[in-house]
Write a protein that binds this ligand. Structure first.
Ligand SMILES: NC(=O)c1ccc[n+]([C@@H]2O[C@H](COP(=O)([O-])OP(=O)(O)OC[C@H]3O[C@@H](n4cnc5c(N)ncnc54)[C@H](OP(=O)(O)O)[C@@H]3O)[C@@H](O)[C@H]2O)c1
Length: 332
């Protein structure tokens, strides 16, 4: 009989996460009780916020050594102890890094088939996609011809921000960490330009691509890239602070950008928390699934096979070695 494979956090990571920070165990599969469903996990999402949870610095709470690693997953119902769910239903829930979870029905949402691969419900049609959609459209309020700069531009959030901004007729410049990522951004998506921040002078390139300044900066990384972008804000610009890739692996906080740049540009700076924007989910899924079918949105998935490989894939994500949304394929 198959067992429930679980991956636990073994030690609080120091700096970049390593495979040895995690531990795989096998447990007996539990039968669901009333109000629960027994499931087999199909796809698991690996996201940067998990590093913040390990540090105890994330608003959704901490993960401690010995805990099951957290994470959102798509699963198939195998046994149901509730009439609202039947065997074969596909659901999404925060069931964590395990192969055969038992889930309370209040924690599970059924996946509605939009004719798009189900793994996208962890990426562009899921939490990262909603982050981009709400962060850009609600917080930054793009207008036609705005100049939009977005960091981590080949990633799950960044690539969506850039492409939605293009749909809204903005001029979009991405920032990414390799020539391959930049080529995908400019050649496959509609994003106009991309700066390789590991090779090029970011300040000079922003001046070249945004000669009148940046109207919207969507920040996924913090630190130096945030500083440099803030120095070139246009009058009445908007800055969305969404992520801190450059500091999740560090115990100390880097110095922030000089507020003088915000004052000078009369800029509005807003903090993005995706959980505040659940009310936009229905419009988001309708719009984005339509744009995918119209080929106005392209996406990259970085899929690794096998739950046992989740620690390695997570350590790659936190080193920037992923290309697109990081997903673990657990089962077909
Ligand atoms: N506020 C919210 O509610 C919310 C919700 C979801 C996600 N987020 C944030 O959005 C950001 C992107 O998330 P994602 O899931 O779409 O990840 P992702 O972009 O698919 O992957 C992370 C990327 O960050 C870049 N990166 C890694 N280390 C970096 C560093 N030191 N400096 C600059 N860039 C670095 C890497 O790309 P390069 O090679 O291009 O550097 C890496 O591929 C994360 O900061 C995440 O925490 C926030």
């Amino acid at each position: 009989m198959t067992s429930n494979t679980k991956i636990l956090l073994k030690t609080k990571c120091e700096g970049l996460p390593k495979e040895s920070d995690f531990e795989k165990i096998e447990e007996e599969i539990i039968e669901p009780k009333e109000g629960q469903i027994g499931c087999e996990s199909l796809y698991l999402s690996l996201d940067p916020y998990l590093r913040g949870k390990i540090n105890g610095r994330h608003i959704s709470g901490a993960i401690f050594p010995g805990d099951l690693m957290a994470g959102e997953a798509i699963s198939r119902v195998t046994t149901s102890a509730d009439p609202a769910f039947k065997k074969g239903d596909l659901i999404i829930s925060h069931s964590g890094w395990q192969s055969h979870p038992v889930i309370n029905i209040n924690d599970a949402s059924k996946i509605i088939d939009h004719g798009i691969p189900i793994s996208t419900y962890l990426g562009i049609l899921g939490m990262p996609g909603l982050t981009a959609y709400a962060g850009l459209l609600r917080l930054a309020e793009p207008e036609e011809n705005d100049v939009v700069l977005v960091s981590a531009a080949s990633g799950a959030v960044g690539s969506m921000v850039g492409q939605i901004a293009k749909i809204k007729n903005c001029h979009v410049v991405g920032i990414a960490g390799s020539d391959e990522k930049c080529s995908w951004v400019t050649d496959t998506t509609s994003i106009d330009e991309c700066i390789n921040y590991k090779k090029e002078n970011i300040t000079e390139k922003i001046k070249e691509y945004c000669p009148k300044g940046i109207d919207i900066y969507f920040d996924n990384v913090g630190a130096e890239i945030l500083q440099v972008a803030m120095e070139q804000l246009a009058m009445n610009s908007r800055v969305v602070l969404c992520g801190l890739m450059a500091q999740y692996n560090s115990d100390s906080m880097p110095a922030g950008p000089n507020p003088a740049w915000i004052i000078k540009a009369r800029a509005i700076v807003k903090g993005m928390v995706v959980y505040d924007h659940e009310d936009m989910r229905e419009n988001f899924v309708d719009d984005v699934s339509k744009w995918i079918k119209e080929e106005r949105i392209h996406y990259l998935e970085d899929i690794t096979e096998g739950l046992a490989n989740a620690p390695l894939a997570f350590s790659k994500l936190m080193r920037g070695f992923n290309t697109g949304k990081t997903i673990i394929k657990i089962n077909d």
